[in-house]
Design a protein around this ligand. Structure first.
Ligand code: FES
Length: 241
């Protein structure tokens, strides 16, 4: 369906019109309009990756990722439904048990997109059995700590290091349940990689994997980003940590 000449093209998101520009994805247009679609691996500054599936919506009744689907005039998009939110909660619960996420002791608590999205979806417990994987931290870099226990494989650090920093410090390796974040250095340790505190990759992590040293609790718990307002009210809030 085409928009009438001179009128902006729109699609319907949960019953309300959202204007979009040519080439925008559903989540880009929704975010620009101040509407929230849950997401983890999407960031407005980077090409979509389409891996976490948190942003799955129904477009004219068919499921698709809002971060990769282009907006088109007349689409009927459903996002905030009991069915889709239940699926999102299940995805979140699986992410929590795949890694080691101990929010009360994590210095990213209150600034963590995974935690904030879990609150948003009403997740009250992990539901599934914990995997408790063995993932040693890498403290070899003078200014940055890598805690692989919290990685959700969003690849934002991979994209930021490659596309912004021009360094490709990070990569994803392995298969299936053994898929994991890698550091591109001879030793595999961050201290031997070409990584600096000011790199975009150092501040892009939406969870608590890449952390600047000696700053952990500079902002007290209770005054952090998602302590101020839930993630659904911070649709422009995918700024770096
Ligand atoms: Fe769309 Fe992750 S935000 S798949």
């Amino acid at each position: 369906m085409r928009a009438a000449p001179g009128s902006p093209a729109t699609f319907s998101l949960d019953g309300q019109d959202v204007e979009f520009q040519a080439g925008e994805t559903l989540i880009e247009a929704a975010t620009r309009a101040g509407r929230y679609i849950p997401h983890l691996c999407w960031h407005p500054d980077f090409h979509p990756h389409g891996s976490c599936r948190l942003c799955t919506v129904k477009v004219n009744g068919r499921a698709g990722a809002a971060c990769t689907m282009q907006a088109a005039a007349g689409q009927e998009v459903q996002s905030d439904t009991a069915e889709l939110n239940a699926q999102r909660k299940t995805l979140l619960q699986m992410l929590f048990v795949e890694g080691n996420h101990f929010c009360p002791s994590c210095e990213k608590s209150g600034n963590c997109l995974l935690q904030a999205t879990a609150y948003q979806m009403g997740m009250e417990g992990p539901h599934f059995e914990q995997f408790y994987p063995n993932r040693p931290v890498d403290a070899s870099h003078p200014d940055l700590l890598l805690d692989f226990n919290r990685c959700i494989l969003c690849e934002l650090c991979v994209r930021a290091s490659r596309d912004v920093d021009g360094k490709s410090v990070f990569a994803i390796g392995g298969h299936g349940i053994h898929t994991h974040l890698l550091v591109n250095s001879d030793s595999g340790r961050l201290g031997d990689a070409d990584m600096a505190l000011g790199d975009r990759a150092a501040s892009i992590c939406p969870v608590g994997v890449i952390l600047p040293k000696r700053r952990g609790f500079a902002i007290p718990i209770g005054q952090r980003r998602f302590d101020q307002a839930p993630v659904s009210q911070q649709t422009q809030g995918d700024g770096d940590s």
